[in-house]
Design a protein around this ligand. Sequence first.
Ligand SMILES: Cc1cc2nc3c(=O)[nH]c(=O)nc-3n(C[C@H](O)[C@H](O)[C@H](O)COP(=O)(O)OP(=O)(O)OC[C@H]3O[C@@H](n4cnc5c(N)ncnc54)[C@H](O)[C@@H]3O)c2cc1C
Ligand SMILES: NC(=O)C1=CN([C@@H]2O[C@H](COP(=O)(O)OP(=O)(O)OC[C@H]3O[C@@H](n4cnc5c(N)ncnc54)[C@H](OP(=O)(O)O)[C@@H]3O)[C@@H](O)[C@H]2O)C=CC1
Ligand code: HEM
Ligand SMILES: [Cu+2]
Ligand SMILES: [Fe+3]
Length: 502
Amino acid sequence: MQGARSCQGPPSTRMSGGDMAKPLLGRRTVDNDPNLVPTAGHTIGVLGSGDFARSLANRLTFSGFKVVVGSRNPKRKASLFPLAAEVTFQADAVKKTDIIFVAVFREHYSMLCELSDVLTGKILVDVSNNTEMNLHKESNAEYLASLFPTCTVVKGFNVISAWTLQSGPRDGNKQVLICSDNQEAKRTVAEIIRVMGFSPVDMGSLSSACEIENIPLRLLPAWKIPVFLALGLFLCFFTYNLVRQVIHPYIREQKNKFYKIPIEVVNTTLPCVAYVMLSLVYLPGVLAALLQLYRGTKYRRFPDWLDQWLQHRKQIGLLSFFCAALHAVYSLALPMRRSHRYQLIETAVKQAMEKKPDVWIEEEVWRMEMYISFGIIALGLLSLLAITSLPSIANSLNWREFSFVQSTLGFIALVISTLHTLTYGWTRAFDENQYKFYLPPTYTLTLLVPCTVILAKVFFLLPCVRQRLLRIRRGWEKGRYVKFTLPSATGEFSSGETSSNV
Ligand SMILES: Cc1cc2nc3c(=O)[nH]c(=O)nc-3n(C[C@H](O)[C@H](O)[C@H](O)COP(=O)(O)OP(=O)(O)OC[C@H]3O[C@@H](n4cnc5c(N)ncnc54)[C@H](O)[C@@H]3O)c2cc1C
Ligand SMILES: NC(=O)C1=CN([C@@H]2O[C@H](COP(=O)(O)OP(=O)(O)OC[C@H]3O[C@@H](n4cnc5c(N)ncnc54)[C@H](OP(=O)(O)O)[C@@H]3O)[C@@H](O)[C@H]2O)C=CC1
Ligand code: HEM
Ligand SMILES: [Cu+2]
Ligand SMILES: [Fe+3]
């Protein structure tokens, strides 16, 4: 595979693997040649004069290296580089150094072939990225290695953006993942990375290059489905609330209520999304348990959709928390608004004219005290879940503690959110005036899934169901007449002990 496209050297000098690479490169280059210890003052080459080359040259000169840039058109590009950097022709630049960053796109690698003679025995650092995952058969770095078999290729820097390079390692990600088949070359590049203020992370041999090249292409992969779910729910509920709160009064009573869109409509939509998403975190667990009860075994795979769902619960939960937090802030802002002040004055004037001295309604007062308190507690619990999902915190908890917070406290948060919604809604579901265009109040819609989840969880607590579920999770199977006794048949131990994160 390598030989076919190589544009360098006779076949006998080609290296096919890591170990064979060593004698060719020669220990000379790293250990015995004092010029090659990559400390400040050493000359480093950069091929290409684009954005990345420029940032790289900047960072390298700031770090004390001498930089020589190889361009096809050095006269035109020289002004773009720091004065300390020498900008010259590609072949000229390559001759002046032993470590060369190849800052051109993969598509143009083959055009560097004319340099193959001067490149012999040097270290090439491949910094390239692809536009798509697995676009090519082999990684860019392996392709470069196949074109220049007498060079040592080190993959690195592709996970760092030109911007991060420019602004220095204080902002953004500090880690530079590198890999190579040649240990010494890798050590040399790692040292340069360290001098530049980043931290090198050894990813092993050049065959890892593919993995490293895919990293910058992954845009929050686990978040895609949850984010679309949240956006979809938001859109549904937003439209529904818009119709009920704005369009209905406009059509039926010619009243202009468009001012409600930025805060009131959003603040009915966000909590609904938060609440439904929270119930969707606990629904797949219920479905999984039902499936296990029905099948009478845990040794069969869940269907793919359920598997996917179980794996996305963290992201769904965190998005739910995000919406709930926004909802809380929006709710606190409700009485700040000018419209609210006008309404207060309006009702006060009305009451004065009707000569009603006391407008205190005990039931309404209690309802509000209750639902706000429930909301605050629920948000508090969700914050706890969100905090424990930070890797550093999660690592400091043992498995039972983590599962207690995530599974038990999370479910309690769902129950309290339900109380919050119920006390907020109160008897409104039975009030005909609340039905706009026959559409029921929004909160009644949101109750469906959460209440199902809560009822199902209560069902699992029934002793007979619980026993069976516990046995199944301990490996018991329906129809296999294996004598099986639970260590504690009375159900002494908590469910946390027997469940595992699927
Ligand atoms: C703000 C927030 C942050 C979150 N952060 C995280 C997070 O960091 N990490 C994370 O994982 N989740 C996170 N979540 C999601 C959620 O809290 C967890 O997934 C939680 O463990 C789900 O609890 P559960 O009781 O439904 O499921 P689990 O306790 O996971 O059980 C689910 C189902 O799996 C099956 N099962 C359990 N044990 C076994 C077994 N031994 N063999 C076979 N099947 C079994 C059962 O059918 C069970 O019903 C977060 C949620 C929120 C709201
Ligand atoms: N921009 C970024 O943030 C990052 C970029 N990278 C990687 O760095 C490499 C360079 O990217 P970037 O600097 O953004 O790209 P640019 O398009 O800005 O620069 C590419 C450079 O390649 C040189 N080049 C050499 N041969 C050719 C040729 N035949 N045709 C066209 N150009 C050629 C050109 O320099 P000249 O005309 O002087 O010869 C040109 O300036 C890519 O592999 C990219 O994936 C990696 C991580 C981040
Ligand atoms: C500090 C925390 C919270 C406060 C102060 C708060 C406050 C409020 C207020 C004032 C309302 C009424 C909104 C209106 O008048 O239109 C409301 C409704 C609601 N809240 Fe909360 N809440 C909090 C947390 C939560 C949490 C954690 C959830 C669920 C995850 C939640 C879900 C809901 C729902 C579903 C409604 C009904 C929306 C509707 O249909 O109009 N709230 N909350
Ligand atoms: Cu919807
Ligand atoms: Fe070229």
